[in-house]
Design a protein around this ligand. Structure first.
Ligand SMILES: Cc1cc2nc3c(=O)[nH]c(=O)nc-3n(C[C@H](O)[C@H](O)[C@H](O)COP(=O)(O)OP(=O)(O)OC[C@H]3O[C@@H](n4cnc5c(N)ncnc54)[C@H](O)[C@@H]3O)c2cc1C
Length: 231
């Protein structure tokens, strides 16, 4: 059950079977100028059925939310073999109990999803990523609070502590600065991300960042969970 049954740019939905791999769906909707935001780091291998089962999210959830926000409707086979349809395929659909949400995150315990109606968004501009090094994880957290408190909406906001940085370097040889105590990545995917990036950089410095590396070019594929070309 790995077919994409429908992609509708008019309704901004995709109708899929549960075995569709997240990355396959993301690339397919991208060809229509659309975007399926839930992006667990396992996106190259995990399925939409598994994403629904675990209510997964990824780096972009700070702006776009997690799987639950994008599942509009489901077809589910219940334990006694009945086929249950939940939800909608319209932008608005507020009548009745929200059974769709009940199934999202239920890990297959309530039934087996055999079809899903997923909401899509217009594909945003490619994000630009700023990196900042901090002398402590607490200082990096202060920067996160300042960025959010000032009303910025990053498309990615990720802290890595020193243990994590070293583990990533050991596994993926990414060349991250492994003498720093904490690394903060902040990205913006608006049409003009410059002012947000500049303000985020200043807030990082005010929170004690020892180094702020602004994006001079488009981000490298390793800067975010999604490889180049996806967005
Ligand atoms: C390397 C790695 C990185 C990850 N990164 C993230 C991350 O950044 N963010 C995050 O939130 N999660 C992350 N995860 C966990 C993530 O939630 C899962 O990878 C993914 O959502 C599971 O999809 P899967 O296809 O592997 O499902 P499986 O592992 O096969 O199943 C997951 C659950 O869903 C249920 N399920 C599967 N299909 C159906 C179906 N058709 N109907 C009903 N239930 C079903 C299963 O019974 C099981 O309980 C990561 C996992 C890995 C291994």
């Amino acid at each position: 059950m790995d077919r994409i049954l429908e992609i509708s740019p008019v309704d901004r939905i995709a109708v899929v079977e549960p075995g569709v791999v997240n990355a396959v769906l993301s690339r397919a909707v991208g060809e229509h100028g659309l975007y399926y935001p839930p992006d667990p780091s396992s996106w190259e291998t995990c399925t939409i059925g598994g994403n629904i089962g675990t209510a997964s999210g990824g780096l972009c959830c700070v702006k776009y939310g997690v799987t639950a926000e994008y599942v509009l409707g489901l077809e589910v086979v219940l334990a006694d073999g009945r086929l249950l349809s939940t939800g909608r395929r319209t932008a608005k659909g507020v009548a009745g109990y929200d059974l769709t949400r009940l199934f999202v995150g239920s890990e297959g315990s309530l039934g087996i999803v055999v079809k899903a109606v997923l909401a899509l968004r217009p594909k945003p501009p490619r994000q630009l990523v700023l990196a900042a090094e901090f002398p402590s994880a607490a200082a990096a957290c202060d920067a996160v609070c300042a960025i959010m408190e000032r009303g910025h909406t990053p498309s990615l906001l990720e802290i890595m502590d020193r243990t994590t940085i070293r583990a990533v370097n050991a596994m993926a040889q990414m060349g991250l600065p492994d003498t720093t105590e904490a690394l903060l990545l902040a990205a913006f995917d608006t049409a003009d991300p410059g002012p947000d990036l500049a303000a985020a950089g200043e807030l990082c410095a005010a929170a004690g960042a020892t180094q702020v590396v602004p994006p001079r070019t488009r981000p490298s594929p390793s800067c975010c969970s999604r490889p180049a070309g996806c967005r």
